[in-house]
Ligand binder design. Structure first.
Ligand code: F6P
Length: 546
């Protein structure tokens, strides 16, 4: 049983917090010239500087003690060895098997999962190469150059984020499109711009029952059949799923289905057949490089001692803010335009995984769990939400991500970008005192009255935390490492909070209620009981749509 009142390590952390809370990072840097060296980790072609956090050795040791008390390392091993740690669904959690490049057997119910994974990877290789080479063509013999992924959540966000992140690796004649939202606009905006003869639809759905994906897929199927006839379907539709029965019911030949398994969670599935559009866009070799990068991070996570373990460090520091400073949000800001969709991807990863309140012992938690995550690409977001990061009433810890080398080293763009990301971390940490503001204004020749009027507005309290993650270059390998790093960070926090990070029952209720409301909107059901707000919204919208 676990609860903050029952945990020795938690109580120790409360004690440490009591004496540490007001410590200023500026002073810690001043007192220890080796602080940056001490609180940074280099691994492969990734570097993490976590020195701009409200931590010292006492804090970190107390956090490591919590990880030990929670038997973190045993739980990591349990995941890697195929134990059914997704206890509410009685499933193993094996996204790590999808990128197990060492090919070491991993057993679930006494059965090695690697041969089936390798078989699907081979099928993916053959198919993606055939599409890229034009040996698998559309019904009329034309090369398939418009690749449309139809999926939502984990069956969309990963493939979308990665294809955008790896744009420099795209085969020139291939264009990728994504249809996710049930909003007809999502379909219309794609279908209005493509030629059916050159289009491959990838229906990506783990369950193959998701209403958005199936509705979108049916609309696309009709559009294709109207243009090319029923016989064209087998040359223009493939399915990525765990559910062959539903795939067949939909009318997709099982030969055109690429399988994955229930031990792969939706938000952890971009490494599986769900990554098909990635493999087609950037080539299977690059897809494999991404798996290799993730595998390297997996091995680091499995083997590195806690104080050198990047996902563990990030998770512990996140917990420190969430549960002791009561900061329940954080921002991820990649300084790379290609990574602009990473925050959206991480929102599902983190918030669908750890947005839970019932512990593994069926109890209500007595501490905060998953934080809210937001973000966007720097420097753009400096001109939107950074004001709040610098002078808002609460701190927001930030993860900055920057590749040292850009794919587009044009003029001094990348140097300016690097200067900005480093300046933001420094500014958030140091702030600016009133005395510094006064001196600056005096130097600028401002009057006493002008200085008095401005000095408070222009000062920054600082002590605002950030991590800086430097990649050598944004390539398939480093992207694989980066995503796996966040997956494991989220896992560690789930372990520390004693929750199941691998189910998502929370998204069910709204889905069920939407199904109740649909017949009312369609005018086939009347007088269904609702609260007065929902009832009046239904009536108002129906009146307007008449
Ligand atoms: O949002 C709930 C969810 O089940 C996600 O976990 C999943 O990624 C998404 O829906 C899509 O599900 P499917 O791949 O089964 O269509």
């Amino acid at each position: 049983m676990f609860g903050k009142t029952k945990s020795k390590a938690w109580k120790q952390l409360e004690k440490v917090y009591g004496s540490f809370a007001k410590t200023q990072m500026k002073d810690l840097f001043h007192d220890d010239p080796k602080r940056a060296e001490k609180y940074s980790v280099a691994f492969d072609n990734m570097f993490l500087d976590y020195s701009k956090n409200r931590i010292d050795d006492k804090v970190m040791n107390a956090l490591y003690a919590l990880a030990e008390e929670r038997h973190l390392q045993d739980k990591i091993k349990a995941m890697f060895s195929g134990q059914k740690i997704n206890q509410t669904e009685n499933r193993a959690v094996l996204h790590i098997a999808l990128r197990n490049r060492a090919n070491k057997p991993i057993y679930v119910d006494g059965h090695d999962v690697m041969p089936q994974i390798n078989k699907v990877l081979e099928k993916m290789r053959d198919f993606s190469e055939a599409v890229r080479l034009g040996t698998f063509t559309g019904y009329t013999g034309k090369k398939l150059t418009n690749i449309v992924n139809i999926g939502i959540g984990g069956s969309d966000l990963g493939p979308y984020m990665v294809t955008q992140a790896l744009k420099p690796y795209w085969q020139k004649d291939i264009k990728c499109y994504f249809i996710s939202n049930i909003d007809g606009t999502s379909c219309a905006e794609v279908l209005n711009n493509i030629d059916p003869e050159k289009t491959l639809f990838i229906v990506a759905s783990k369950t193959f029952t998701t209403i958005e994906t199936l509705t979108n897929a049916r609309t696309c199927r009709k559009w294709l059949v109207d243009a090319l006839g029923e016989h064209a379907v087998s040359k223009h539709f493939i399915a990525l799923s765990t559910n062959q029965t539903e795939v067949e019911k939909f009318g997709i030949d099982p030969d055109n289905m690429f399988e994955f398994w229930d031990f792969v969670g939706g938000r952890y599935s971009m490494w599986s057949a769900i990554g098909m559009i990635i493999a087609i866009a950037v080539g299977f070799k690059n897809f494999e490089r991404m798996l290799e990068g993730a595998h390297a991070m997996d091995q680091h996570f499995l083997q590195a001692e806690l104080p050198h373990n990047i996902p563990v460090i990030l998770a512990l520091i996140g917990l420190w803010y969430n549960n002791f400073y009561n900061i329940h949000r954080y921002a991820v800001v990649p300084y790379d335009q290609y990574l602009q969709y990473l925050p959206a991807y991480l929102q599902q990863l983190d918030m669908e995984s750890n947005g839970k309140t019932i512990t593994l012992d069926h109890k209500m938690v007595d501490y905060a769990t998953g934080p809210a995550l937001f973000g966007g690409a720097g420097t753009n977001v400096q001109h939107s939400f950074f004001q709040l990061l610098h002078q808002g009433s609460e701190s927001v810890p930030v993860d900055f991500i920057i590749p040292a080398i850009s794919h587009n080293e044009i003029g001094n763009h990348h140097q300016i970008l690097i200067s900005n990301v480093l300046a933001q971390g420094e500014a958030l940490m140091k702030g600016k005192t009133e005395a510094e503001v006064v001196a600056e204004l005096q130097k600028a020749g401002k009057s006493e009255a002008q200085i008095d009027a401005l000095k408070k507005y222009k000062s920054f309290d600082g002590n605002r935390p950030s991590n800086t993650i430097v990649l050598k270059k944004l390539d398939p390998y480093s992207l694989g490492m980066l995503v796996a790093m966040y997956e494991h960070k989220v896992f560690v926090q789930g372990v520390l909070w004693n929750i199941n990070s691998f189910d998502q029952f929370g998204v069910e209720l709204g889905k069920q209620m939407a199904l109740n409301i649909l017949p009312e909107i369609q005018g086939t059901a009347f007088g269904v009981e609702h609260d007065s707000s929902t009832a009046s919204l239904i009536n108002y919208i129906k009146r307007i749509r008449k």
